[in-house]
Write a protein that binds this ligand. Structure first.
Ligand code: ITT
Length: 190
């Protein structure tokens, strides 16, 4: 089965491909015109906007991933705006660390909402995955992407960016959402 992964983020593609490597699914990226305006007010809405935009261009099964980091002491920010929180990724990380400087409660979670559309653009499945943890005081690690260097997953002693690719993919919000999508895809085979 061929599925368009409605993203411009190559890290997401790599993680999704790795998690699904034993399945009979080939992920392809949308054409370069894919540039949806993510103007929804929830992960669910933005996930649908991305999936629909890619489906209109390709008329194929489409999967979108809208994700972000939600920090409790910041009332859930950057959340939906994780990618637009500041300029470079380093500036985004610096901004989080600065905002949390005097905060005792550093709990946070990564959220991922995946939307699967069929060829006709109908919603077939929506899944939400989370990964709970906290924000460390000093960034560590170079693996993964985004906010991984400042995120300490619950029960771990290493940041997400210090974990190996496989270790991240075992516990991530993306893994969690994708497991549900995979279970759904298996029901289509029957
Ligand atoms: P697409 O919209 O093209 O899929 P994007 O990177 O803009 O790519 P989002 O709108 O979903 O994706 O924004 C998610 C941001 O949240 C992303 O740019 C990262 O900064 C952060 N993020 C999401 N998943 C993450 C992960 O696994 N590790 C670290 N940061 C993550």
């Amino acid at each position: 089965m061929e599925i368009v992964l409605a993203t411009n983020n190559e890290h997401k593609l790599k993680e999704v491909e790795e998690i699904c490597k034993n399945l009979d699914v080939k992920f392809i990226l949308p054409p370069k015109e894919f540039n949806p305006e993510e103007n929804g007010i929830s992960f669910e809405e933005n996930s649908y906007i991305k999936a629909k935009a890619a489906n209109i261009l390709t008329h194929k099964y489409t999967l979108a991933d809208d994700s972000g980091l939600c920090v409790k002491a910041l009332n859930g920010a950057p959340g939906l705006y994780s990618n637009r929180f500041a300029g470079t990724q380093q500036e985004k990380i610096d901004k989080i660390l600065k905002l949390l400087e005097d905060k005792d409660d550093r709990s946070a979670k990564f959220v991922c909402v995946m939307t699967l559309l069929d060829k006709e653009g109908n919603v077939k499945f929506v899944a939400k995955g989370e990964c709970k943890g906290s924000i460390v005081k000093t960034q560590k690690g170079v693996n993964g992407f985004g906010y991984d260097p400042v995120f300490l997953p619950e029960g771990k002693t290493l940041t997400m960016a210090e974990l190996s690719e496989d270790e991240k993919n075992e516990i991530s919000h993306r893994r969690n959402a994708l497991n549900q999508v995979i279970d759904f895809l298996k029901t289509l085979d029957k």
